[in-house]
Design a protein around this ligand. Structure first.
Ligand code: MF3
Ligand code: CO
Length: 258
């Protein structure tokens, strides 16, 4: 499949889908506290998404049963929200959500500490976020897709983090997952040339240990094989003639966008 180039109208709809998702994440962030269940977070996410007239992009996607993926500690991605999973001080939690606005998807993930967390956990979260920003230095018309991949991996490794290789970022638009796959590690080829109008969900998934992962018996939850902590950071990004536009960035993160 080729990579879709969005028209100006489509870009506007993607931008709105991204803006709303940034608001959803701002609301979810406030809810992360000791004593909250992962189901509480999912319920809040669904409510906020629907309050903006959007559909939760993940709900029923290939049978996924929730609107927000909530992944705690050694869970990398796709944790299934549960009323029995209570967040406690010292946990780290990754929240991944997507919205559909007038047929267009946005997709973004954040990782937060619950109360006080260890230095190691704090560093993992920061390195994961920064690896995304290193990657998008190459999210420009005329660069090659795997320039992004290599930059993410290089920064992660320099900072002692493992890079999950079994899961990738992806193109996004009228479908949640479009071409191309976006690895978070160096490839032997350069990959496709990037062009203005492409929309990409770039999503490093890093660990504080090894890079091997396992799938849990629920068929969804991905965990680190060695039990190490994992963090996830994702935004939907529009390639332009100039600087990339991060469509899912809320007010809180602008300072991190050098
Ligand atoms: N951000 C994740 C991804 O791009 C979302 C998975 S959605 C699910 O794959 F519905 F499959 F859980
Ligand atoms: Co994604």
């Amino acid at each position: 499949m080729s990579i879709t180039i969005k028209s100006e109208r489509e870009t506007e709809l993607m931008t709105e889908a991204g803006r709303i998702l940034a608001i959803v994440h701002d609301e979810l962030k406030k809810a992360v506290k000791p004593g909250v269940t992962t189901l509480d977070i999912d319920r809040l996410g669904e409510e906020v998404i629907r309050s903006y007239g959007c559909e939760p992009s993940f709900l029923n996607y290939n049978g996924y049963p929730a609107s927000v993926c909530v992944s705690v500690n050694s869970e990398v991605v796709h944790g299934i929200p549960s009323r029995d999973r209570v967040l406690k001080e010292g946990d780290i939690v990754s929240l991944d959500a997507g919205v559909i606005y007038k047929g267009y998807h946005s997709d973004a993930a954040r990782t937060y500490g619950v109360g006080e967390i260890t230095k190691e956990a704090e560093k993992l979260i920061e390195v994961t976020q920064e690896s995304f920003f290193r990657g998008i230095r190459y999210a420009r018309d005329g660069c090659h897709l795997y320039d992004i991949s290599a930059a993410v991996e290089e920064y992660a490794r320099q900072n002692g983090c493992g890079v999950v290789r079994e899961l990738c970022g992806h193109g996004i638009g009228t479908r949640l997952h479009e071409s191309p796959e976006i690895p978070n590690f160096r490839m032997r080829r350069k990959g496709p040339k990037l062009k203005a109008g492409m929309t990409l969900a770039i999503e490093p998934m890093l660990t504080a240990g090894g890079e091997e992962v396992r799938w849990m018996a629920d068929g969804w939850t991905v965990v680190t094989a060695d039990g190490s902590l994992s963090a996830h950071y994702e935004n939907t990004v529009l390639i332009t003639e100039g600087e990339p536009k991060i469509l899912t960035l809320g007010a809180e993160k602008v300072r991190n966008q050098r």
